[in-house]
Design a protein. Structure first.
Length: 305
């Protein structure tokens, strides 16, 4: 059992680093080895469990991505097109099952990695009924808007060939493993490759991560940038955004990743082993926005209330 976690970079890691350094410590270091209740400390086990908490918005986003993946793979492998009513019912059942599973705390405590526990239920949040109502409204929209996207039309009309669907891979930047997982990558008849990102949140939610994906496609598939398109599909509204990454975009995001890596490594006593400095070094950064939805509010005495 490794004493310290392996070192890597991801967009979600950078986001947590920006939100709160104490949360960052809990998630990436304090929880390490907490999956083994026989060998991990009580604190590690607790933090590991809290790290696994989900919430309704994350759950809905994950289920929507699963729905999109299922539809794309079904079309790719069998030429099948599921009815919208079927997809809505499937999503509703998955959401309901996750809600019911979250009611059994003791079962989750024994296997937090493979069981669902919604933070709204775990912490008995007052926002639960309001969020359930919002999610119910969104189910219909995301299913119907998927079939209205230009992406779906291109695939159905045979104008594109699917290359990757929800495939994990890595690239190396600044001597650091960077994780890559595109929602969808396909190649048009003219040789262009299109990176698709499904969004279930607000419009304008563009992330530098997509330029990292473009850099990965450029390197992995030996493709010039002018042949790469980034397409963000907002399934809630049916809107979309299209980008053609430039060398300046790639240089900027690679530079940003380098700065994050440098700052993250400044929090280490040993960057070879990824050994963190003491917990006290990771300064709490309380705010109502972050603390209100933080998985670790049970153990953090600095949370904003």
């Amino acid at each position: 059992m490794a004493i310290y976690p392996s070192w890597s970079y991801s967009q979600s890691r950078a986001q947590t680093f920006d939100e709160c350094l104490r949360k960052y410590y809990y998630h990436y270091y304090g929880s390490h080895n907490g999956w083994n209740s026989a060998q991990g400390t009580e604190e590690q086990v607790t933090l590991y469990r809290l790290k696994q908490l989900s919430n309704l918005y994350i759950l809905f986003g994950n289920i929507t991505h699963q729905m999109c993946e299922s539809v794309i793979r079904g079309w790719m492998e069998k030429g099948a097109v599921p009815r919208t009513a079927f997809l809505e019912t499937a999503m509703k059942n998955m959401l309901n099952d996750s809600y019911k599973e979250s009611l059994h705390r003791e079962v989750w405590l024994q296997d937090p990695k493979n069981r669902v526990m919604l933070a709204e239920i775990y912490y008995d949040d007052e926002v639960l009924p309001e969020r359930i109502a919002r999610i119910k409204e969104r189910q219909h929209a995301v299913v119907h808007n998927l079939y209205r996207t230009a992406v779906w039309r291109e695939l159905q009309q045979g104008k594109a060939r699917i290359v990757e669907v929800e495939k994990w891979d890595t690239m190396l930047l600044h001597e650091t493993k960077v994780y890559v997982k595109m929602d969808l990558l396909y190649r048009r008849d003219n040789g262009d490759m299109v990176i698709v990102d499904w969004k279930t949140g607000k419009e304008g939610d563009f992330s530098d991560q997509l330029f990292l994906y473009a850099s990965y496609v450029q390197e992995h598939y030996q493709l010039p940038l002018e042949k790469i398109e980034v397409r963000v599909e907002y399934l809630m509204t049916g809107e979309h955004e299209v980008y053609r990454p430039t060398p300046e975009d790639i240089d900027k995001v690679v530079g940003n990743v380098g700065r994050y890596i440098e700052e993250m490594k400044s929090c280490l006593d040993d960057d070879y082993y990824n050994r963190p400095k003491p917990e006290s070094f990771f300064t709490p950064m309380p705010s109502r926005r972050v603390c209100g939805g933080c998985n670790f509010r049970e153990v953090c005495k600095y949370r904003a209330v």
